[in-house]
Every structure is written in structure tokens, then in C-alpha cells.
Design a protein around this ligand. Sequence first.
Ligand code: ITT
Length: 199
Amino acid sequence: KKIVLASGNAGKLKEFSQLFASWDIQVVPQSEFDVPEVEESGLSFIENALIKARHASRVSGLPALADDSGLAVDALGGAPGIYSARYAGPGATDSENNSKLLEALQDVPDERRAASFHCALAFVRRHDDPVPLVCSAQWTGRILREPAGEQGFGYDPLFFVESEGMTSAQLARGVKNRLSHRAQAVQQFAALWRERMQG
Ligand code: ITT
């Protein structure tokens, strides 16, 4: 079985290749199908995941799985949220986004720097699938005052994971892929997938 992974984010694709390593399905990145960018016009992670999955399925003619994710910072009322990838502007780099976040939190004391990563996954069998598989999960942490660690991507160097005593960019990939918002969402997806396949 072949499904398209509707993401152009190298950091996500790397994690998914590990998260799906033991599955008996072939997960093909959307770059193999020349899927053009689609406007993420939703207001929630779930809406945008569905938009991306339907779009990739329409273009490729295959079932598609999409991930919409981001960081919600309590002291910023949930920002950058669904705008995490472009917080510092269209086409912003991870380090530009991280700098913007540090600036926004400059005057916020440690005890008010709580934040959570969110991941929504949407799977459709075809572009107009009326019964998509949808799941979402979160991972809570705290935003540091300076980056630490080289692993991962995006906001990982600023995201301190209390249980591990380090940032998610300092965690070995195997550890992030057991704890993260994406790892938890994939576990939920696995359960939905098994149900669907048995039904
Ligand atoms: P695709 O839509 O092609 O998948 P994207 O980067 O545009 O790629 P999103 O719109 O879902 O994807 O934005 C997700 C952003 O949230 C991402 O660029 C990171 O800045 C951040 N993010 C999501 N998951 C993360 C993680 O595990 N670690 C660090 N940052 C993460």
C-alpha cells in the first residue's frame, strides 16, 4: 500500500520516516508528485491538516496523510499557533522565527513561559473522502531564553522538556519520537488505522 505524505518540511519528513519505519505501508513524500503549495486557509491545525491531505490526494490520485503542527505559547495567547512556520514573515527561517519568539517573550518571567507543541494528522483515502481519519496531540514544555541543541528543527532549540531536563533539540531522535506531539498523534493514528483496516 502506498500513501502520500503531504509535507515539504524536511524536519517532519525525517521524523515520519522513523515513526513509520515499522509499518507495512509505503509512505512517499509529496515531492515525488509535484504537489504545488496549497493555501492553508483554516483557523485550526485540524482544518489545515485536512486541506493539505485533500489537496495532495487530489493531485497524486493516492491516499494522503498530512501533518499540521506548531507551537502555542500561553503568554502570547496561543501565538504563533497555526502561523508557526511563518511567524517572522513569509519564507522565514527557523532561526528567524526563534529570534522573533525570544523577542516577544523578552519581558516574560520563567514561570510564565509555558508552551505546547500541537500536531494534527489527517488521512484521506481520496480527495473527497467524507470520513477522514483525524487525530491530534500536544506536548507541553517551556520556552528558554536562549537556544540549546542541534537536533530536530523549528522551535526545538527553545523548547525545554521538563521530564528530560533538556530541550527537544538536545534529545536523541529516538527519544523525541517517543514523547513528541507528532509521536503521540502517530500512535493515535495507528489505532484508527487498525480499526479502519479491520472494519
Ligand atoms: P508542510 O505544511 O509542508 O508540512 P510547514 O513547515 O509549512 O510544512 P506547518 O504549516 O505545519 O508546516 O508548520 C509547522 C511549523 O511548526 C514548523 O515549520 C515549525 O516551525 C513548527 N513545528 C512543528 N513541529 C515541530 C517540532 O516537532 N519541533 C519544532 N518545531 C515544530
